[in-house]
Ligand binder design. Structure first.
Ligand code: BJW
Length: 237
């Protein structure tokens, strides 16, 4: 069985990583275009660096750990007979830490820095600033977080689109469905004939596009769904 799972900020919320939208979200008190657009970075790079430095420090500080939902998806990925494509909009590394390999980070990775001069992408766990030096070319004032801002092209989209085109199931977990192209994946999956499921605390703008919606915490519902899927396969022999 071919399954594509798309995860969003909601899957990491129970691990202590803030979501973007809504009360207490990362965007509260910030204008998105100031911190998550190429123009915002060009205007005030130090402000943008500070925004990501804070989030990087939280991620590497030792308090954030994968939760039961990340672990259940890692288990699913290890199951024989299941071909899982795990696509995340999240820039944290919680899927990898839970044991998933080959995670498709559509919107980049917080623990990497990219050089705008030579294009090199390097692991990065420290703060970034205009004074940071590119390990590849030695340039200064040329590093940026390796993330995808509004107006930029998501990473690996062609492969993800191909996986969705082959999928028997498409499952979206903890995403508000407000950001494209990820918000359109459910429509692509339905067009390709996949059965679609949404797992979210709340109803979202594209909830109506799914065959089925389950409301609740990812940490409860994802392990439940994985168990259900694997038991049904066992029963069928
Ligand atoms: C729980 C839970 C629990 C909580 N259990 N659930 C007009 C119309 C259509 C499109 C556009 C338009 N104008 C511009 C566009 C395109 C634009 C876009 O979509 N804009 C919208 C604002 C409309 N998109 C882009 O620019 C993208 N690029 C692009 O389109 O390129 C051109 C292209 C052309 C053709 C084909 C393909 C491409 C790039 C988008 C980049 C987004 N970047 C960010 C920042 C990344 C770096 C960083 O992390 O800082 O990505 S924005 C931010 O939103 C981040 C997230 O990945 C993304 C999605 O957020 P997510 O994950 O859904 O989080 P939340 O907070 O919104 O929701 C959390 C959900 O969890 C909620 O629903 C809760 O209920 C739930 N929840 N706790 C279960 N315990």
């Amino acid at each position: 069985m071919k399954i594509v799972v798309l995860t969003g900020a909601g899957i990491s919320a129970e691990s202590g990583v803030p979501t973007f939208r809504g009360a207490g979200g990362l965007w509260e008190g910030q204008r998105i275009e100031d911190v998550a657009s190429p123009r915002g970075f060009a205007r005030d790079p130090e402000r943008v660096h500070q925004f990501y430095n804070g989030r990087r420090a939280l991620l590497t500080g030792g308090t954030i750990q994968p939760n039961a939902a990340h672990l259940a998806l890692a288990r699913l990925g290890r199951t024989r007979g299941i071909e899982l494509t795990l696509v995340t909009q999240n820039i944290d590394d919680l899927h990898e830490r839970a044991g998933s390999d080959d995670v498709r980070h559509l919107h980049g990775e917080l623990l990497k820095a990219r050089c705008t001069a030579c294009g090199a992408v390097n692991p990065w766990r420290e703060d970034l600033s205009r004074a940071s030096i590119c390990p590849a070319c030695g340039g200064i004032d040329c590093l940026r977080p390796h993330v995808v801002w509004f107006g930029e092209l998501p990473f690996g989209l062609e492969e993800v689109a191909a996986a969705i085109g082959r999928a028997d199931r498409f499952v979206a977990i903890g995403t508000s469905g407000r950001v494209y192209p990820a918000a359109a994946f459910v429509a692509w999956a339905r067009e390709a004939g996949a059965r679609t499921l949404e797992i979210n605390l709340e109803e979202c703008p594209c909830s109506g596009d799914f065959h089925e919606s389950r409301r609740g915490r990812a940490g409860d519902l994802v392990p439940e769904w994985v168990e259900e899927l694997l038991s049904a396969r066992k029963d069928r022999g």
